[in-house]
Design a protein around this ligand. Sequence first.
Ligand SMILES: Nc1ncnc2c1ncn2[C@@H]1O[C@H](COP(=O)(O)OP(=O)(O)O)[C@@H](O)[C@H]1O
Ligand SMILES: CC(C)(COP(=O)(O)O)[C@@H](O)C(=O)NCCC(=O)O
Ligand SMILES: [K+]
Length: 262
Amino acid sequence: MQPIGHAPAISSSDSWLALSIGNSRLHWAQFTGNDLQHTWNTPHFSATDAQQCLASLTPNAPLYIASVVPQQSQLWQAYPSAHVITLEQVLLQGLYPTLGIDRALAVWGAIDTVGSPVLLIDAGTALTLTGAAGDRLVGGAILPGLRLQFQSLNQATAALPDMGTANLTVQHPLPPRWAANTADAIASGILYTLLAGLQAFVDDWWQQFPDSPVMLRGGDSDRLHSYLTAYAPALARQITIEPNLIFWGMRKVRGERLKDEG
Ligand SMILES: Nc1ncnc2c1ncn2[C@@H]1O[C@H](COP(=O)(O)OP(=O)(O)O)[C@@H](O)[C@H]1O
Ligand SMILES: CC(C)(COP(=O)(O)O)[C@@H](O)C(=O)NCCC(=O)O
Ligand SMILES: [K+]
């Protein structure tokens, strides 16, 4: 087991850790003050592994946690300097109570990076769109993520294979739309529908907010961006990949908290 991934020893008194808990895995970052030093991902932890990990952390180094998986966050809350981020700490208007904290933080981080309005596409376990204008959430959408779409066909049918997404390479990013074998037919159905859907969402966003930046994050960002480049190159050029948006949101939460503490 990797203890806590590749976390370097925390030396500075201004060091802190950010942990974003997604449905597929854990996303970690180490900061010194406002400077991001290092990021890495790990699988979800068992209770025993998490305890071992916590014991290895420098005492009192703050651990900021943003989680959409309650069972996993419970494991890390045992750490005395854990600080679990809630929606109240995201200073945006119009957040609804069940909104995912990952979406709220990432869109807040996106505003911090490119301003507002902004549309965020998060290509993770679930694929989400989250739009904000001014300091207000406009709204968004949730659909199964890329890997989940392939997995669900395999799980709910007798004859469809588990293709994962590994065999969909960047060199040959899109299958023929009118496919003549099962693997291509699945890839065609999922990819052309997803790409057309994303294009429709972004076009609608631009009707409301012309020239708004569009940001992309999540484990499938690179793959999705390469598909988009093949499908709609002009659109792809206007979408910026920024893997660290949740961490920028967490950094803002920490900043506000330090301000409050004076
Ligand atoms: N090592 C990996 N483990 C899990 N998913 C991965 C990995 N590398 C890429 N992915 C892709 O990332 C997606 C999950 O995105 P990610 O942002 O890591 O998830 P979450 O934040 O929801 O836990 C999956 O659809 C999968 O295709
Ligand atoms: C939509 C999500 C499952 C995405 O999770 P992820 O893919 O990042 O693991 C998560 O943001 C969530 O549980 N949201 C709650 C519902 C909502 O945002 O409206
Ligand atoms: K997501």
